[in-house]
Design a protein around this ligand. Sequence first.
Ligand SMILES: C[S@@+](CC[C@H](N)C(=O)[O-])C[C@H]1O[C@@H](n2cnc3c(N)ncnc32)[C@H](O)[C@@H]1O
Length: 289
Amino acid sequence: MLSISVKEFLFWKKKQLSKGGDYQSFAVLLECLGGITTSDQNLMRINPQGNIYLKKNLDYLGSIWDNHLLESRPIQYLCGVTFWRDLKLKVTNKVLIPRPETELIVDIVFNIFEKRSQKLFFAELGTGSGAISIALALAYPLSDVIATDIDPGALEIATNNFKNSSNQTNLKFYCGNWWTPFESFKGKIDLAISNPPYIPRDIYERLPKEVKEFEPKIALLGGEDGLKHIKEIIQKAPLFLKEKGWLILENHFDQGEKIKKLLIKSKFKSVEIVNDLSGIGRFTIGRYK
Ligand SMILES: C[S@@+](CC[C@H](N)C(=O)[O-])C[C@H]1O[C@@H](n2cnc3c(N)ncnc32)[C@H](O)[C@@H]1O
């Protein structure tokens, strides 16, 4: 640990931010590599005469920030970690960086199954870094969670993230196409959840450089209209869900109504579009029969 004065730190911080970039990414750099949390920064305002302790020196942190600004490479990939809900997760370019708006998907589950001491059976399709499944496995310790991904590289990261988050053993990962690895769990799932690739091709082509060039295409592109994977997931869901089992999908900002229709066509009830914190219809949920 390196000790420097708050004054020196604040001067350096102002200089870095004046080069560009957003405050949120800078906070990730400070927390992940520098060991300076947001609450540490609040304390600095109260005690500007004090000293702080850094895990890496300012030159090193500044060089990572320059790299981020120069190449548009996401700061989370440069730091190798991200924060999501109360989890600290390893991320590489094999996995999508879990987004803050996706955090709400776990709260939707909390609203459906309020009692955390229940024994339930959850499934996640397309787990990436494992964020959603790990949050569910930890929040419902008596329940079992199974999660798939098509990419073995992503599953390696997810498995590591689960091991680093707890000693629990109630989450298992499977490699394969959507429901395929779950053959032996037909009719057993209380709730299935997915944040699948849902970006339509024309929008994908115009994504900002920091997303299109660095995050995995397989995690983003949802075919021509963005609904390719969502259709497949909905179509096969009735085979795997228990009677009255739930399906929760994250979708693109304008897909909610279309997905609602697809769910109703597949005989789902209680179909509803749930807004994210910005008021966007980000999730579509339904209950099978
Ligand atoms: C949008 S990312 C979501 C990752 C993570 N669940 C999250 O919310 O941050 C979609 C994930 O689906 C996976 N995926 C893409 N096609 C798939 C398929 N055919 N079967 C299973 N998983 C797939 C990708 O590898 C990626 O990890």
